[in-house]
Design a protein around this ligand. Structure first.
Ligand code: RI2
Length: 293
Protein backbone atom coordinates (compact mmCIF):
# COMPACT_ATOMS: atom_id res chain seq x y z
CA UNK A 1 0.00 0.00 0.00
CA UNK A 2 1.24 3.50 -0.80
CA UNK A 3 1.35 6.25 1.81
CA UNK A 4 -1.70 7.85 0.15
CA UNK A 5 -3.64 4.56 0.35
CA UNK A 6 -2.81 4.18 4.03
CA UNK A 7 -3.77 7.81 4.75
CA UNK A 8 -7.10 7.35 2.95
CA UNK A 9 -7.85 4.19 4.89
CA UNK A 10 -7.07 6.00 8.16
CA UNK A 11 -9.35 8.91 7.22
CA UNK A 12 -12.20 6.60 6.19
CA UNK A 13 -11.59 4.55 9.37
CA UNK A 14 -11.02 1.36 7.41
CA UNK A 15 -7.86 1.36 9.51
CA UNK A 16 -8.82 2.58 12.98
CA UNK A 17 -8.01 2.36 16.66
CA UNK A 18 -5.42 4.74 18.03
CA UNK A 19 -2.58 2.23 18.15
CA UNK A 20 -3.36 0.70 14.78
CA UNK A 21 -3.33 4.02 12.92
CA UNK A 22 0.09 4.81 14.44
CA UNK A 23 1.44 1.40 13.47
CA UNK A 24 -0.05 1.63 9.96
CA UNK A 25 1.70 4.99 9.49
CA UNK A 26 5.01 3.63 10.80
CA UNK A 27 4.76 0.60 8.48
CA UNK A 28 4.04 2.83 5.48
CA UNK A 29 7.07 5.00 6.27
CA UNK A 30 9.19 1.91 6.92
CA UNK A 31 8.52 0.78 3.35
CA UNK A 32 9.72 4.13 2.04
CA UNK A 33 12.83 4.04 4.22
CA UNK A 34 13.57 0.50 3.02
CA UNK A 35 13.11 1.68 -0.57
CA UNK A 36 15.91 4.20 0.04
CA UNK A 37 13.82 7.39 -0.05
CA UNK A 38 15.42 10.61 1.20
CA UNK A 39 14.61 12.31 4.50
CA UNK A 40 12.72 15.06 2.65
CA UNK A 41 10.60 12.51 0.77
CA UNK A 42 9.80 10.54 3.93
CA UNK A 43 9.04 13.80 5.75
CA UNK A 44 6.52 14.77 3.04
CA UNK A 45 4.86 11.35 3.35
CA UNK A 46 4.79 11.79 7.12
CA UNK A 47 2.87 15.04 6.65
CA UNK A 48 0.22 13.25 4.55
CA UNK A 49 -0.15 10.56 7.20
CA UNK A 50 -0.29 13.01 10.12
CA UNK A 51 -3.12 14.88 8.39
CA UNK A 52 -5.22 11.74 7.94
CA UNK A 53 -6.91 12.14 11.36
CA UNK A 54 -6.32 14.83 13.96
CA UNK A 55 -7.01 13.50 17.46
CA UNK A 56 -4.98 10.40 18.37
CA UNK A 57 -1.36 11.46 19.05
CA UNK A 58 -0.16 7.92 18.39
CA UNK A 59 -0.29 8.96 14.72
CA UNK A 60 2.05 12.00 14.86
CA UNK A 61 4.16 10.30 17.55
CA UNK A 62 4.78 7.31 15.27
CA UNK A 63 5.53 9.53 12.26
CA UNK A 64 7.90 11.77 14.26
CA UNK A 65 9.72 8.74 15.62
CA UNK A 66 10.32 7.36 12.11
CA UNK A 67 11.67 10.74 10.98
CA UNK A 68 13.85 10.97 14.08
CA UNK A 69 15.27 7.50 13.35
CA UNK A 70 16.14 8.48 9.78
CA UNK A 71 17.54 11.87 10.69
CA UNK A 72 19.68 10.49 13.52
CA UNK A 73 21.25 7.62 11.59
CA UNK A 74 21.34 9.26 8.15
CA UNK A 75 21.36 5.66 6.96
CA UNK A 76 18.23 4.02 5.59
CA UNK A 77 19.05 0.47 6.63
CA UNK A 78 19.89 1.48 10.22
CA UNK A 79 16.73 3.61 10.36
CA UNK A 80 14.64 0.73 8.98
CA UNK A 81 15.89 -1.53 11.78
CA UNK A 82 15.08 1.17 14.38
CA UNK A 83 11.55 1.55 12.98
CA UNK A 84 11.03 -2.24 12.95
CA UNK A 85 12.11 -2.35 16.61
CA UNK A 86 9.70 0.52 17.38
CA UNK A 87 6.76 -1.35 15.81
CA UNK A 88 7.68 -4.53 17.70
CA UNK A 89 7.94 -2.56 20.95
CA UNK A 90 4.39 -1.22 20.50
CA UNK A 91 3.06 -4.73 19.86
CA UNK A 92 4.87 -6.06 22.94
CA UNK A 93 3.48 -3.13 24.95
CA UNK A 94 -0.10 -4.23 24.33
CA UNK A 95 0.76 -7.67 25.75
CA UNK A 96 2.28 -6.08 28.87
CA UNK A 97 -0.75 -3.84 29.35
CA UNK A 98 -2.95 -6.92 28.98
CA UNK A 99 -1.00 -8.66 31.71
CA UNK A 100 -0.90 -5.72 34.13
CA UNK A 101 -4.52 -4.75 33.52
CA UNK A 102 -5.78 -8.30 34.01
CA UNK A 103 -4.50 -8.21 37.60
CA UNK A 104 -7.05 -5.49 38.41
CA UNK A 105 -9.95 -7.75 37.44
CA UNK A 106 -11.48 -9.88 40.19
CA UNK A 107 -13.74 -12.91 40.01
CA UNK A 108 -17.35 -11.82 39.66
CA UNK A 109 -16.53 -8.35 38.33
CA UNK A 110 -18.94 -6.51 36.06
CA UNK A 111 -16.90 -4.30 33.73
CA UNK A 112 -18.29 -1.58 31.50
CA UNK A 113 -16.43 -0.47 28.39
CA UNK A 114 -17.06 2.17 25.74
CA UNK A 115 -16.11 2.06 22.05
CA UNK A 116 -13.59 -0.45 20.72
CA UNK A 117 -10.08 -0.59 22.09
CA UNK A 118 -7.82 -3.50 21.15
CA UNK A 119 -5.83 -2.69 24.28
CA UNK A 120 -8.87 -3.15 26.53
CA UNK A 121 -9.82 -6.37 24.75
CA UNK A 122 -6.26 -7.60 25.39
CA UNK A 123 -6.74 -6.94 29.13
CA UNK A 124 -9.94 -9.03 29.04
CA UNK A 125 -8.09 -11.80 27.17
CA UNK A 126 -5.33 -12.00 29.78
CA UNK A 127 -7.87 -12.00 32.62
CA UNK A 128 -9.86 -14.77 30.97
CA UNK A 129 -6.68 -16.81 30.39
CA UNK A 130 -5.79 -16.34 34.05
CA UNK A 131 -9.05 -18.11 34.89
CA UNK A 132 -10.97 -15.03 36.06
CA UNK A 133 -14.76 -15.14 35.75
CA UNK A 134 -16.23 -11.75 34.89
CA UNK A 135 -18.78 -10.06 32.65
CA UNK A 136 -18.53 -7.18 30.22
CA UNK A 137 -21.10 -4.52 29.34
CA UNK A 138 -20.26 -2.79 26.07
CA UNK A 139 -21.90 0.42 24.88
CA UNK A 140 -22.98 0.58 21.23
CA UNK A 141 -20.94 3.76 20.79
CA UNK A 142 -23.00 5.71 18.32
CA UNK A 143 -22.75 6.87 15.62
CA UNK A 144 -20.44 4.20 14.18
CA UNK A 145 -21.39 1.46 16.64
CA UNK A 146 -17.83 0.39 17.32
CA UNK A 147 -19.13 -1.27 20.48
CA UNK A 148 -20.38 -4.05 18.23
CA UNK A 149 -16.75 -4.87 17.41
CA UNK A 150 -15.95 -5.00 21.11
CA UNK A 151 -18.96 -7.20 21.87
CA UNK A 152 -17.99 -9.68 19.14
CA UNK A 153 -14.33 -9.76 20.21
CA UNK A 154 -15.28 -10.33 23.85
CA UNK A 155 -17.80 -13.00 22.87
CA UNK A 156 -15.12 -14.73 20.80
CA UNK A 157 -12.94 -14.88 23.92
CA UNK A 158 -15.74 -16.79 25.65
CA UNK A 159 -16.50 -13.96 28.08
CA UNK A 160 -20.19 -13.13 28.78
CA UNK A 161 -20.94 -9.80 27.11
CA UNK A 162 -24.01 -7.57 26.94
CA UNK A 163 -24.52 -4.66 24.55
CA UNK A 164 -26.28 -1.56 25.83
CA UNK A 165 -27.29 1.71 24.19
CA UNK A 166 -25.05 4.61 25.13
CA UNK A 167 -27.99 6.23 26.89
CA UNK A 168 -28.25 3.28 29.33
CA UNK A 169 -24.89 3.82 31.02
CA UNK A 170 -26.25 5.62 34.07
CA UNK A 171 -29.05 3.09 34.53
CA UNK A 172 -26.75 0.07 34.10
CA UNK A 173 -24.02 1.42 36.35
CA UNK A 174 -26.50 1.20 39.24
CA UNK A 175 -28.84 -1.63 38.20
CA UNK A 176 -26.10 -4.03 37.14
CA UNK A 177 -23.71 -3.06 39.95
CA UNK A 178 -20.84 -2.24 37.62
CA UNK A 179 -17.52 -2.74 39.45
CA UNK A 180 -15.23 -0.89 37.09
CA UNK A 181 -15.03 0.94 33.80
CA UNK A 182 -12.17 0.12 31.43
CA UNK A 183 -11.63 2.18 28.28
CA UNK A 184 -8.81 2.88 25.85
CA UNK A 185 -7.34 6.24 24.91
CA UNK A 186 -6.50 8.24 21.83
CA UNK A 187 -4.42 10.83 23.64
CA UNK A 188 -3.21 11.36 27.22
CA UNK A 189 -2.14 14.87 28.20
CA UNK A 190 0.75 15.59 30.56
CA UNK A 191 -1.75 16.79 33.18
CA UNK A 192 -3.45 13.35 33.12
CA UNK A 193 -6.56 14.29 31.14
CA UNK A 194 -7.57 11.54 28.69
CA UNK A 195 -9.01 12.01 25.20
CA UNK A 196 -11.14 9.11 23.98
CA UNK A 197 -14.18 8.32 21.85
CA UNK A 198 -17.12 10.69 22.16
CA UNK A 199 -19.22 9.83 25.20
CA UNK A 200 -16.29 8.65 27.32
CA UNK A 201 -16.45 11.78 29.48
CA UNK A 202 -20.12 11.06 30.24
CA UNK A 203 -19.26 7.51 31.25
CA UNK A 204 -16.51 8.89 33.50
CA UNK A 205 -18.86 11.42 35.06
CA UNK A 206 -21.31 8.67 35.97
CA UNK A 207 -18.56 6.34 37.23
CA UNK A 208 -17.27 9.15 39.40
CA UNK A 209 -20.73 9.85 40.83
CA UNK A 210 -21.18 6.15 41.59
CA UNK A 211 -17.65 5.78 43.00
CA UNK A 212 -16.82 3.17 40.37
CA UNK A 213 -13.16 2.91 39.28
CA UNK A 214 -12.47 4.44 35.89
CA UNK A 215 -9.48 2.67 34.32
CA UNK A 216 -7.73 3.63 31.10
CA UNK A 217 -5.63 1.05 29.23
CA UNK A 218 -3.16 2.64 26.84
CA UNK A 219 0.37 2.40 25.56
CA UNK A 220 2.64 5.37 26.21
CA UNK A 221 2.69 5.97 22.42
CA UNK A 222 -0.60 7.81 23.04
CA UNK A 223 0.89 10.23 25.57
CA UNK A 224 1.18 13.72 24.17
CA UNK A 225 4.62 15.37 24.25
CA UNK A 226 3.03 18.37 22.53
CA UNK A 227 0.85 18.96 25.60
CA UNK A 228 4.02 19.59 27.60
CA UNK A 229 4.38 22.70 25.49
CA UNK A 230 0.75 23.74 25.80
CA UNK A 231 -0.54 22.20 22.57
CA UNK A 232 -3.78 20.23 22.76
CA UNK A 233 -5.22 17.97 20.05
CA UNK A 234 -7.96 18.97 17.67
CA UNK A 235 -11.20 17.15 18.39
CA UNK A 236 -12.18 15.51 15.13
CA UNK A 237 -15.59 16.38 13.72
CA UNK A 238 -16.78 13.75 11.29
CA UNK A 239 -19.30 13.82 8.48
CA UNK A 240 -22.79 14.56 9.89
CA UNK A 241 -24.10 11.82 7.56
CA UNK A 242 -22.50 9.25 9.89
CA UNK A 243 -25.24 10.20 12.36
CA UNK A 244 -28.35 10.97 10.31
CA UNK A 245 -29.62 13.15 7.48
CA UNK A 246 -32.88 15.02 8.14
CA UNK A 247 -33.83 17.88 5.88
CA UNK A 248 -33.62 21.26 7.59
CA UNK A 249 -31.88 19.82 10.66
CA UNK A 250 -28.26 20.54 11.57
CA UNK A 251 -26.17 17.62 12.77
CA UNK A 252 -23.04 17.95 14.91
CA UNK A 253 -20.82 14.86 14.99
CA UNK A 254 -17.74 15.25 17.22
CA UNK A 255 -15.72 12.02 17.47
CA UNK A 256 -13.88 12.47 20.78
CA UNK A 257 -14.13 14.15 24.16
CA UNK A 258 -11.86 14.76 27.13
CA UNK A 259 -12.05 13.02 30.52
CA UNK A 260 -10.64 15.30 33.23
CA UNK A 261 -7.92 13.61 35.29
CA UNK A 262 -10.10 13.94 38.42
CA UNK A 263 -12.35 11.25 36.92
CA UNK A 264 -9.51 8.89 35.99
CA UNK A 265 -8.64 6.35 38.70
CA UNK A 266 -5.56 4.89 37.01
CA UNK A 267 -3.87 4.47 33.66
CA UNK A 268 -2.53 1.03 32.73
CA UNK A 269 0.56 1.39 30.55
CA UNK A 270 3.38 -0.93 29.48
CA UNK A 271 5.53 0.90 32.04
CA UNK A 272 3.15 0.05 34.85
CA UNK A 273 -0.14 1.10 36.38
CA UNK A 274 0.08 4.82 37.13
CA UNK A 275 -2.10 7.58 38.57
CA UNK A 276 -3.10 10.16 35.92
CA UNK A 277 -0.80 12.71 37.60
CA UNK A 278 2.21 10.58 36.58
CA UNK A 279 1.55 11.27 32.87
CA UNK A 280 4.03 14.14 33.05
CA UNK A 281 6.83 11.77 34.13
CA UNK A 282 6.01 9.36 31.32
CA UNK A 283 6.26 12.13 28.73
CA UNK A 284 9.54 13.38 30.24
CA UNK A 285 11.03 9.88 30.24
CA UNK A 286 9.73 8.51 26.96
CA UNK A 287 9.76 11.51 24.67
CA UNK A 288 13.21 12.91 25.43
CA UNK A 289 14.02 12.50 21.73
CA UNK A 290 11.38 15.10 20.96
CA UNK A 291 12.47 17.63 23.60
CA UNK A 292 11.99 21.29 22.82
CA UNK A 293 9.57 20.79 19.91
P1 RI2 B 1 -6.70 1.05 20.84
C1 RI2 B 1 -10.35 4.40 19.07
O1 RI2 B 1 -10.50 5.49 18.20
C2 RI2 B 1 -11.25 4.49 20.28
O2 RI2 B 1 -11.47 5.81 20.73
C3 RI2 B 1 -10.46 3.66 21.26
O3 RI2 B 1 -10.85 3.88 22.60
C4 RI2 B 1 -9.06 4.16 20.97
O4 RI2 B 1 -9.01 4.34 19.56
C5 RI2 B 1 -7.93 3.28 21.44
O5 RI2 B 1 -7.91 2.08 20.73
P2 RI2 B 1 -11.14 5.31 16.72
O6 RI2 B 1 -9.97 5.13 15.77
O7 RI2 B 1 -5.45 1.77 20.41
O8 RI2 B 1 -12.09 4.16 16.72
O9 RI2 B 1 -6.62 0.64 22.29
O10 RI2 B 1 -11.86 6.62 16.45
O11 RI2 B 1 -7.08 -0.07 19.92
Amino acid sequence: MTVKDVAEKITSMEIRGALDIGLAAASALLEEVEAGKSFREVEASGEILKNARPTAVSLPNAVEYCLFALNQSKDNSIAAKTIQDFIKLQEDSVEKIGRYGSRLIKNGDIILTHCNSDTVVKVFEYAKNAGKKFEVYATETRPRNQGYLTAKAVRNLGIPVTLIPDSAVNYCMKEKNVDMVMVGADTVYTNGDVVNKIGTSQVALIANAEEVDFNVATGTIKFSPQSLYGVGVEIEERDPKELVEIEGVNVFNPAFDVVPKEHVTRIITEDGVIPPEAAYNIVKEKFGWRAGK
